[in-house]
Design a protein around this ligand. Structure first.
Ligand code: HEM
Length: 277
């Protein structure tokens, strides 16, 4: 198929396109309704103290004396970006964390001890989260072995040379995060093994190269939500460890599947037991 054909096909009413357009219309409709209700409640409730609220505030011409900085369509697109970039990535990180916790019961116990020591049965505060070194190392090791994004791409903006190879301007480079994360030359002989302690001295000292850990990418276009994602994951894991012991259901089939994000193909059936009983 030539480039022209592949461009044209996006506009034809194929079954796939009809589904895409229908879903896009639904998502846009949903977001438009949320935005409309924020605008309607503005005088009594303000725009809201979340990202959408901040965007709406920045775009209010009457308050800033200029044209809106973002159009309604752009605000909707930003909402979509944040939702899709932040939802599946975080939820799959949590799935893999639960898998590794249940297959490493000795770690589960150590993490629970840390959680009980630092925050008892309370909901963790920001200060407490910073003290959870083992939980942090566990999450990083989970991300290393099961990075929600297995590859990212970059387009060379100019002719350049990488590792002795000439890369012409315009070349699309795929950065194989999953392979780099399991490379013995980078992580040592135990690269394929689960060992959270490798992160004992921080992310930059865990491998032979300071930027070897790439789950959130690196540089100026790295993940803008990485701190949020780590805080969110820590809170969830702490609250589960406080309440439940768990093990993997015999029905679990290990089949990581890479569909934009890396997910367990057949889900993650688990058996949870309340610690209060
Ligand atoms: C474990 C969770 C997450 C992982 C593994 C992850 C991973 C990544 C990676 C690898 C990139 C770079 C993509 C590329 O260059 O092609 C990225 C970008 C991005 N992420 Fe995340 N992310 C996570 C959570 C989040 C959350 C919670 C949010 C928002 C609340 C978020 C928002 C974004 C946005 C907006 C970008 C684009 C940044 C830009 O292009 O400047 N991510 N993420």
């Amino acid at each position: 198929m030539c480039l022209w054909d592949s461009m044209i096909i996006r506009y034809l009413p194929t079954q796939k396109n009809l589904k895409i357009w229908k879903l896009d219309k639904e998502v846009r409709g949903m977001l438009t309704n949320i935005i409309k209700s924020r605008l309607a409640d503005k005088d009594t409730m303000g725009y809201g103290n979340d990202l959408l609220g901040l965007m709406l505030e920045a775009c209010t011409p009457e308050e800033h004396g200029h044209e809106p900085l973002l159009s309604m369509d752009e605000i909707i697109d930003e909402c979509k970006t944040f939702f899709f970039a932040g939802h599946d990535t975080s939820s799959h990180m949590l799935s893999w964390t639960m898998l590794l916790l249940s297959t490493h019961p000795e770690c589960e116990q150590k993490l629970r001890e840390e959680v009980v020591r630092e925050c008892g049965n309370e909901v963790p505060t920001g200060d407490v989260l910073n003290k959870l070194k083992l939980v942090n190392m566990f999450l990083l090791e989970t991300l290393r072995l099961y990075s929600p994004l297995s590859t990212i791409q970059r387009k060379a903006g100019l002719d350049l040379e990488v590792g002795g190879i000439t890369v012409p301007k315009g070349t699309v480079l795929t950065i194989p995060i999953a392979s780099i994360h399991r490379d013995k030359e980078v992580w040592g002989e135990d690269a394929h093994e689960f060992n959270p302690l490798r992160f004992e001295n921080g992310v930059t000292r865990a491998a032979n190269h300071p930027n070897a850990f790439l789950s959130f990418s690196g540089g100026p276009r790295s993940c803008i939500g990485q701190n949020f994602a780590m805080i969110e994951a820590k809170i969830v894991i702490v609250m589960i460890l406080q309440r439940f012991s768990f093990f993997l259901s015999p029905k679990y089939v290990h089949a990581p599947m890479d569909v934009i994000t890396l997910r367990p193909k057949f889900g993650l059936p688990m058996v949870l037991k309340s610690l209060e009983m």
